[in-house]
Structures are given as C-alpha cells and as structure tokens.
Design a protein around this ligand. Sequence first.
Ligand code: ADP
Length: 174
Amino acid sequence: MYSLRGQENIPREVLRLKAIYPGSFDPITYGHIDIFERASKIFDHVTILLMNNPRKRPLFSIDERLEMIKESTKEFKNVDVKVHTGLLVQYVKSSSIKIVIRGLRALEDFEYEFEMALTNRQMCPELEVVYLMTDLKYLFVSSSMVKEIAQFGGELSKWAPPFVEKELQRKFRR
Ligand code: ADP
C-alpha cells in the first residue's frame, strides 16, 4: 500500500504518482534536463512548473523560456510544462499533486532549499519535497553560468541544448 497523507487507502497501482518540478529555467540547461529525466523515471508524471523567482531578474520572457522547455521535453511522454505566477504553495494547494522535485548541486543549494522547504511547509504542510542529485558533469552548471559564458561568446554545447545556445546568442547579439 502506498502512503501519502490523505491518500493512504488508495492502492499504489491505482494512484498515479505525480510530481511538480518548479523553477525559473532562465534558460533551461542540461542540469535541469538531467533532473527532470531522472524524475520522469521515478514518477508516472512530472509537471515542470515555470515560475518567476523574485530573487532573480530574468533574461528571457516567460514565453521564450516556455518554448525552450517545450523543445527540451518533447521526447518525454510523461513530462509536461505549465506556467504559474505566484507562490509555489498556492499552486500546490490548488492542485492534487503534493510532491515537489528540486535538484541539488553544491552546498549552497542545500542551504537555500532547506530554507525554502521549511518555509513552504509552514504554509502548506502536505507539500513534500524530493531532492535529486545532479550528475557529476552538471555539478557546476547553472542558468547564470550559461548566460555569462554566452555573453562573452563562449562555447555552450556541453551545458545547454543547441536551441538554447542559439537563443542566447540571439539575445546577446542585440
Ligand atoms: P529557481 O530560480 O527556482 O532556483 P532554477 O531554474 O534556477 O530555479 O532551478 C530549478 C531547480 O533546478 C532547482 O532545484 C535547482 O537546484 C535545480 N538545478 C538547476 N541547475 C541544476 C544542475 N546543474 N543540477 C541539478 N539541479 C539543478
């Protein structure tokens, strides 16, 4: 029997296990892709939740980010993408999905995620966060890093898909 608060009596084979992977994805990198690929093997369905992070000033508009995520997920049958404006807990409260995926790289991620998870839990006790560890080769990959490299015309093929690299080049050419 699978157990998640409020769903204890639903057999695991009936309950489809779904998760939300929130982030600002500005832009999506191979680090993000590695995490949702891992999540898609664990969960029956993964919703990438595209949000704005008030701590960050985005380079790409929501529509531009959405297009890049759609392109990155098109091969994945059980991954879709939704846009949300507002707090993650507001989305979780209004949704039947209560599991949130976050990716972990270095120690700084842990500190930030720890703070976020405990704050979110105060507001929405049924929310559970599952952390997935990145592949070693993406340990230092971040959206900020790819933006910096692109700004100076550096090579991005190891860190982001070709269509993301193209969008970055277009942005910085302007
Ligand atoms: P946010 O602004 O919400 O932190 P990001 O797009 O920066 O959104 O990140 C979304 C999630 O993806 C976070 O959990 C972050 O830790 C994770 N992530 C980003 N890059 C990587 C990476 N290289 N490896 C593993 N997880 C990553």
